[in-house]
Design a protein around this ligand. Structure first.
Ligand SMILES: Nc1ncnc2c1ncn2[C@@H]1O[C@H](COP(=O)(O)OP(=O)(O)OP(=O)(O)O)[C@@H](O)[C@H]1O
Ligand SMILES: [Mg+2]
Length: 373
């Protein structure tokens, strides 16, 4: 189905066309007894943008999504969609499509009727329902399974039907709460690529909740890291990974090595180099802990110092204690002579082939800005 056909049909919800509306969450608060699930959450999602919320269990991701959907009230704050404050708009009039983690198909209806079901609730005529449901199934690649019942479909197929059902209402906003987490790794990856393709095609503003970093980094335009009911940082995936705004973000997203360092005058002495500090650093003088990505540590054989490793002996000496072959690279664990947490580093394929556990190495920080706590 082309974008044109989808957008020519009018949205059922009256909240604007499916081409994408801006979503603004401002100062959202919601407590359950003593627990502050949302503690002043602010987030703006641009029209047609896909934002992923990432964060530890219990940090408020689902609550944020439910408040946006109107399924949960906020104690304070506003939800503005397409310029309209939704405070008085009930869930069924918000024009949002949702897909949850648990398979939620009605078992006594086939795939087509499951997709058509949401349209029926919105008062769409029978003929129109079948047409739109058929189109939505086509969009998720399930036309051939239109007359299968839930128990006759795989988990991945059921989630595709759930996605088709959410899209069939031509939602102004698509809300996905861990929609792939019950699926095995391969299906999960396929389905998330699919969602990304469809979301681009349809242009629906989308909020995806996940605790899978790879998923968030690979599909989202921007990723928001939530911590204790607030947004810690929201940024494009590369920015979030390379320039984390806080130590929490650095340690939560991707892998980091914690390396003792000396901080002062806007820089840190780390593993034989002086590195500029990233703005979010929380220690700016004296002893600190540098947070270094595995790929930000250079490794050279201890004796053969000429090959780009550590001229003049700069860097720290250590022993390779573990090697994991990953194909294109090898992950090595290095224990420094001076003690401390073992470092996880990446060796290029050929270096990896010529390294064995017990090998003596010199490690040095790469010349990149560093976050220190
Ligand atoms: N209906 C409720 N009643 C009581 N407490 C709740 C309710 N809903 C959420 N909470 C609490 O609010 C906090 C945030 O919950 P939420 O479901 O939003 O977390 P989450 O980030 O989605 O976590 P997860 O990754 O585990 O799904 C948690 O401490 C949770 O126990
Ligand atoms: Mg949740």
């Amino acid at each position: 189905m082309s974008t044109a056909t989808r957008q020519s049909t009018t949205g059922a919800a009256g909240l604007g066309t499916p081409g994408g509306v801006e979503v603004r969450l401002e100062g959202l608060r919601r407590s359950f007894g003593e627990v502050a699930a949302l503690n002043g959450l602010d987030l703006t999602i641009g029209p047609g943008e896909l934002v992923a919320l990432l964060g530890p269990s219990g940090c408020g991701k689902t609550t944020a999504l439910r408040v946006l959907a109107g399924l949960e009230r906020a104690d304070a704050g506003t939800v503005v969609v397409g310029g309209r404050d939704l405070a008085r708009v009930p869930a069924h009039r918000r024009g949002m499509g949702m897909v949850f983690q648990a398979y939620s198909l009605l078992p006594h209806l086939d795939a087509l009727d499951n997709v058509a079901f949401g349209l029926r609730l919105r008062g769409v005529s029978a003929a129109e329902r079948r047409r739109r449901a058929g189109e939505a199934l086509e969009l998720v690649g399930l036309s051939a399974q239109a007359h299968r019942f839930a128990p006759q479909m795989s988990g991945g197929q059921q989630q595709r039907v759930a996605l088709a059902r959410a899209l069939a209402v031509e939602p102004s906003v698509l809300l996905l709460d861990e929609p792939f987490s019950a699926l095995d790794a391969k299906v999960r990856e396929q389905l998330r690529e699919e969602v990304r393709r469809i979301q681009r095609e349809v242009g629906t503003t989308t909020l995806l909740v996940t605790h899978d970093q790879e998923e968030a980094l690979s599909v989202a335009d921007r990723v928001g890291v939530v911590r204790a009911g607030r947004l810690e940082q929201v940024a494009a995936p590369q920015e979030l990974y390379r320039r984390p705004a806080t130590p929490f973000v650095a340690e939560f997203v991707g892998q980091v090595n914690r390396v003792a360092c000396e901080v002062g005058a806007g820089g840190a002495e780390v593993l034989g180099r002086r590195l500029p500090l990233l703005p979010g650093s929380t220690t700016t003088s004296g002893p600190g802990t540098a947070l270094l990505r595995p790929e930000d540590i250079e490794v050279a054989p201890e004796a053969g110092g000429s090959s780009g490793g550590a001229p003049g002996g700069a860097g720290a000496r250590g022993t390779v204690v573990q090697l994991v072959f990953l194909g294109a690279a090898t992950r090595a664990v290095v224990q420094l002579d001076g003690g401390g947490e073992p470092l996880v580093v990446h060796l290029a394929a050929r270096t990896g082939e010529h390294t064995a556990p017990g090998a003596r190495v010199v490690v040095r920080a790469a010349q990149v800005p560093v976050l220190v706590r």
